[in-house]
Design a protein around this ligand. Structure first.
Ligand code: FES
Length: 114
């Protein structure tokens, strides 16, 4: 699974998403990159991007409650660490992708595999 904590710069392409002003602290932003739905969270000024599909039963994750750095799937309660995509709570056992996020000149960019 793609995880921004150990990605190879040469294999990542950064896509322009939106002005950072559109994602204030505590908010989330939904985008599609290619055929991949992604949700970007602003947690106290830090941005995190994950795939918006739960690996338990393909439910959307982006509307889930945030507990610390975990997002709780609204369907059956699985939890994922939004920093790494790691599945940390049953019933999900497979990680979700986590993407690198950068802010350059006030614009949010998300890195996806080339
Ligand atoms: S679809 Fe997410 S926990 Fe079941």
């Amino acid at each position: 699974m793609f995880n921004y904590t150990n990605y190879d710069e040469s294999k990542v392409e950064f896509a322009e998403i939106a002005p950072a002003s559109e994602l204030p602290s505590g908010e989330r932003l939904f985008v599609d990159l290619g055929d991949q739905p992604i949700v970007i969270f602003n947690i106290a000024g830090q941005l995190f991007a994950i795939g918006d599909v739960c690996t338990h039963d393909d439910g959307p994750l982006g509307d889930g409650v945030i507990e610390g750095f975990n997002v709780v799937c609204p369907r059956h309660g699985a939890e994922f660490d939004i920093r790494t995509g790691q599945a940390v709570q049953m019933p999900a056992v497979v990680d979700i992708p986590a993407y690198p996020v950068q802010v350059r000149d006030g614009i949010i960019f998300v890195g996806v595999p080339k």
